[in-house]
Design a binder for this molecule. Structure first.
Ligand code: SF4
Ligand code: SF4
Length: 97
């Protein structure tokens, strides 16, 4: 059967499996990743509030790590950290994925 060209496909789309975003590790395509230094961190939570992906993990009101499965490596957290407790590294350095 001949496939339809994009011109004959109706506009719009449907999501056949709603709520499936957790299945897709959207951090896969980052080129840089944040490295968090627990000792330097003063727990101001600035990175948590500014991360556009919600990738800064917080437990009991404190930063406990970074979810690299969903971090996209934008570097906002590193730029905004007042004490440089987060630095950006290139993917592939120090055994990162
Ligand atoms: S690099 Fe960007 S996406 Fe990743 S944790 Fe920092 S602010 Fe969030
Ligand atoms: S912005 Fe920096 S000091 Fe503040 S919670 Fe995040 S890592 Fe810690």
């Amino acid at each position: 059967m001949k496939k339809k060209s994009w011109k004959s496909i109706p506009e719009g789309g449907i999501i056949t499996t709603p709520g499936n975003s957790l299945k897709f590790k959207t951090g896969d395509w980052k080129t840089h990743y944040p490295e968090w230094n627990k000792e330097k961190c003063i727990q101001c939570l600035r990175c948590h509030f500014l991360c556009p992906e919600g990738a800064i993990k917080v437990k009991n009101g404190k930063v406990v790590g970074i979810d690299l499965d969903y971090c996209k490596g934008c570097g906002i957290c590193a730029d905004e950290c007042p004490v440089k407790a987060i630095v950006m590294k290139k993917v592939g350095e120090n055994g990162s994925d």
